[in-house]
Design a protein around this ligand. Sequence first.
Ligand SMILES: Nc1nc2c(ncn2[C@@H]2O[C@H](COP(=O)(O)OP(=O)(O)OP(=O)(O)O)[C@@H](O)[C@H]2O)c(=O)[nH]1
Ligand SMILES: [Mg+2]
Length: 207
Amino acid sequence: MATGLPTYKVILCGEYGVGKSSIFRRFMNNTYVVSNEKKTTIGLDQASRIVNVNGTDVKLLLWDTGGMERMSFIGSSYYRGAQAALLCYSVNNKETFNILSQYILDIVMNAEGAKIFLCGNVMDCGDDKEKVTEADVDRFTEECDNVLSGVYKVSCRDNIGINEMFKDITEKLHEMSVNKMTLRRDMVIRPGETPELTKDTSKKRCC
Ligand SMILES: Nc1nc2c(ncn2[C@@H]2O[C@H](COP(=O)(O)OP(=O)(O)OP(=O)(O)O)[C@@H](O)[C@H]2O)c(=O)[nH]1
Ligand SMILES: [Mg+2]
């Protein structure tokens, strides 16, 4: 098993029944479960998968919980340490879209610094059944004003866009992490180096 790889925790967020567990299963095992009875996720699930980003292996740790668990005790451990949140809605259910700003608030308050990505699932339902239009998504993206780091549409049933979405998310997370590390390295004051400010102060003290 690969260890020591850069690891990114991504949490799935969104209403009951939008397909979070289906996204989880499609990405982790390439499976899809058709179910007529509603089987909501109780508690939480997590699994990881290695994704190759421009020749470098990184680990994507995906967390899933039920939409109903939003306010439960699971809350803080679910959000803690997440680098990203995938905000899910169903394109044929406008209510699941209209409530997204509440989820954004939850994410911002509980997972500090996590990047937020938007995912419209069930795109296989056909254009005529899509209740969330491109214009709705554009308006929401504008209202969010740079809060969203990526916008995707997928179908778990037909396996459309899932791998591409996670590849893009992983690439963005890895790139941001590498940039942060470079910035930190540049800010290090090496032993023996005197910062300019100290030099000036010492000159003024001499009288
Ligand atoms: N047509 C279609 N149905 C889907 C798709 N993805 C999920 N579903 C169906 O939507 C239903 C709910 O999916 P889940 O993955 O259980 O939803 P969830 O967001 O995990 O729900 P909670 O755990 O209750 O929060 C299931 O019956 C799925 O088969 C899709 O891409 N297309
Ligand atoms: Mg679920």
